[in-house]
Design a protein around this ligand. Structure first.
Ligand code: URA
Length: 196
């Protein structure tokens, strides 16, 4: 099965998932956006109000911040794969619970197996904790790990992980835009390194 078919099958499973209560209140699940052949996988937290309506990632204000970050290193949604830890919107944009994350985890695991990214960019603490646990890295606070590059060996080869603050921080604190831009530079450097 090629990547597109495998992702379509997965989308179907996500749409029919009843493993936690979030399916009851959501409009559309957020499966993924971007390019399945991308080398970079961006992992957000969960769909918000706008993403829930259309089932696509980062279409609200945080998405505009993400677009600026991608653009700053010459990336775009055409050459990144974007998804989230939890596929259905938690009501009132609450933090996802441990139970919701556990229920949704197999979907993200499968997306990682299908896409096989070389660079993984978890946005925010929930995505960061998930990726660190998966690759047996010791999680510290996001304030300690953001913008650093963690290289790990996986069954599909070496992977670089660049944990970042969630782009929505720049909406509440505009000074954080510079931190995000600075940190995103590490993603650009990883891309150059794997292309060379
Ligand atoms: N926050 C996320 O983590 N993902 C989205 O798609 C939107 C907001």
């Amino acid at each position: 099965m090629d990547k597109t078919d495998a992702l379509l099958k997965l989308e179907d499973e996500i749409r029919n998932c009843r493993k936690c209560e979030l399916y009851k209140s959501r409009v559309k699940p957020l499966c993924h956006g971007g390019n399945p052949d991308a080398k970079v996988m961006i992992i957000g937290e969960a769909p918000g109000y706008h993403e829930d309506l259309c089932g696509r990632p980062f279409v609200g204000k945080a998405g505009k911040v993400l677009d600026k970050l991608l653009d700053s290193v010459g990336l775009s949604r055409d050459n990144t794969f974007i998804t989230s830890i939890v596929k259905c919107r938690p009501p009132s944009n609450k933090d996802p619970t441990g139970e919701q994350i556990r229920a949704c985890k197999p979907f993200l695991e499968r997306q990682m197996q299908i896409v096989r990214p070389r660079v993984i960019v978890p946005l925010g603490r929930f995505a960061g904790m998930f990726v660190f646990r998966k690759y047996n890295l010791e999680w510290k606070r996001i304030s300690e790990v953001h913008g650093r590059v963690y290289s790990v060996e996986s069954l599909v080869g070496s992977v670089r992980i660049v944990p970042l603050y969630h782009p929505s921080v720049a909406l509440y604190n505009p000074d954080m835009m510079n931190v995000l831009l600075d940190d995103f530079g590490a993603v650009g450097r990883c891309m150059k390194a794997i292309d060379s």
